[in-house]
Design a protein around this ligand. Structure first.
Ligand SMILES: Nc1ncnc2c1ncn2[C@@H]1O[C@H](COP(=O)(O)OP(=O)(O)OP(=O)(O)O)[C@@H](O)[C@H]1O
Length: 366
């Protein structure tokens, strides 16, 4: 743990490889306060994940009825979809305090023991990036989640003794972008697991409307839909785009956001109709215009846009694949008909299908 070379999240944290901050689903360093102001506080206000909200509502109601702390909750899913928000909602719905920490901050078992022993009875403990906690802390957490007890080791070597320490009953809310990286024994200690999915455009539109109301900004319904459509299925990005469009409307007009203003602002910020940023478009354009739509090897494609192969693969490609604009084939990257159409280009009519076509000049490098 903590080894950035072996950590798959490391690519995202490397500024050289960072996505355009406008559409990066990770929180930007300066937006914590702006985000906090837009968080919903109740399950009823939490839009876009109805199944998760309903299931969680049942878990909380059952716990309230039994006057017991609820089962521990594991939330998994890509960044910016509402894991921290849900932790806050759980605490709020239970009427208990919320304690927040993150895996990388807990490098020693002692760090965790200090937090756990300081919790109030019934408190919600939210641990973000739980998959990045140290191994020793992880083992301490097993016992804490199961028996509300930690073993504090006193002394070293053969004379070391474990002193059991009772801790308050608490609800653990773990969050991870990669549930698959969690060891089985840890996953098994969560009584309720929810996988958050990307949001549908209608749900994001509702979120944009609510956020505009909270910000005190006038917004036409079609402007909300315009912003939502460019937000990559992610509330964090929707809220961020809204804030930038709000600034644009305040400077260039009377502050009210119309669809035309939203379009003009997002054009300025280089976020296109489907949420592609400059890098995404450059990759797709290069694939279509320089390589006839592919297939072309990753490193050749990366060189053609002047980026590291890792940047293309980790930053641009996942969204292009998700949108159905690009596919990975055994012989390299290929543009799909939807990818061509998005750029307003026509694929060469004689072009063979990438999977079955003639060998490409650029095949086989990766
Ligand atoms: N369902 C939702 N309804 C309204 N706003 C939401 C919803 N989900 C997320 N948001 C907003 O999106 C922003 C990011 O959400 P949040 O911080 O909870 O994401 P996260 O999944 O914890 O991200 P990370 O993995 O980076 O910690 C917040 O401003 C929050 O208000």
């Amino acid at each position: 743990m903590g080894d950035s070379n072996s950590d798959p999240d490391a690519v995202r944290r490397d500024p050289v490889n960072a996505a355009d901050p406008m559409v990066d689903a990770h929180a930007q360093p300066d937006e914590a306060a702006a985000e906090a102001a837009l968080r919903p506080h109740t399950l009823a206000e939490f839009r876009g994940q109805p199944r998760v909200a309903e299931q969680l509502g049942l878990v909380l109601a059952a716990a309230r009825n039994r006057a017991h702390v609820p089962d521990h909750v594991l939330l998994s899913g890509p960044p910016g979809l509402g894991k921290t928000t849900l932790a806050g909602i759980i605490a709020n719905e239970l009427g208990v305090p919320l304690r927040i920490s993150s895996g990388p901050a807990i490098q020693h078992a002692g760090d965790l023991a200090a937090i756990l022993s300081g919790l109030a009875e019934g408190e919600v403990f939210f641990l973000d990036e739980i998959h990045r906690m140290s191994r020793a802390a992880e083992e301490m957490l097993y016992l804490a989640m199961e028996d509300f007890r930690v073993d504090v080791i006193v002394g070293k070597g053969p004379g070391a003794t474990a002193i059991p320490l009772q801790i308050p009953r608490f609800t653990m809310v773990g969050a991870t972008t990669r549930a698959g990286l969690l060891p089985g024994p840890l996953r098994d200690r969560f009584g309720f697991t929810a996988q958050l999915d990307f949001y549908a455009p209608e749900a994001l539109t509702e979120i944009v409307v609510t956020s505009a109301r909270r910000l005190g900004v006038g917004l036409d319904p079609d402007a909300a839909a315009e912003i939502a459509g460019r937000s990559r299925g992610t509330p964090r990005i929707a809220n961020r785009l809204l804030r930038r469009v709000r600034d644009y409307a305040a400077v260039k007009a009377d502050g009210h956001i119309t669809r035309e203003l939203a379009r003009a602002a997002l054009k300025l910020y280089e976020v296109d109709e489907r949420g592609l940023d400059r890098l995404d478009r450059r990759v797709l354009e290069s694939l279509c215009t320089r390589f006839g739509g592919g297939p072309v090897g990753l490193s050749t494609l990366a060189i053609s846009v002047g980026e590291e192969a890792e940047t293309v693969e980790e930053v641009a490609e996942p969204f292009l694949v998700r949108e159905g604009f690009l596919m990975r084939t055994p012989r390299g990257r290929a543009a799909t008909p939807a990818g061509w159409a998005h750029l307003g280009l026509t694929p060469p009519s004689a072009s063979p299908s990438p999977a079955a076509g003639a060998p490409s000049l650029f095949d086989g490098e990766d």
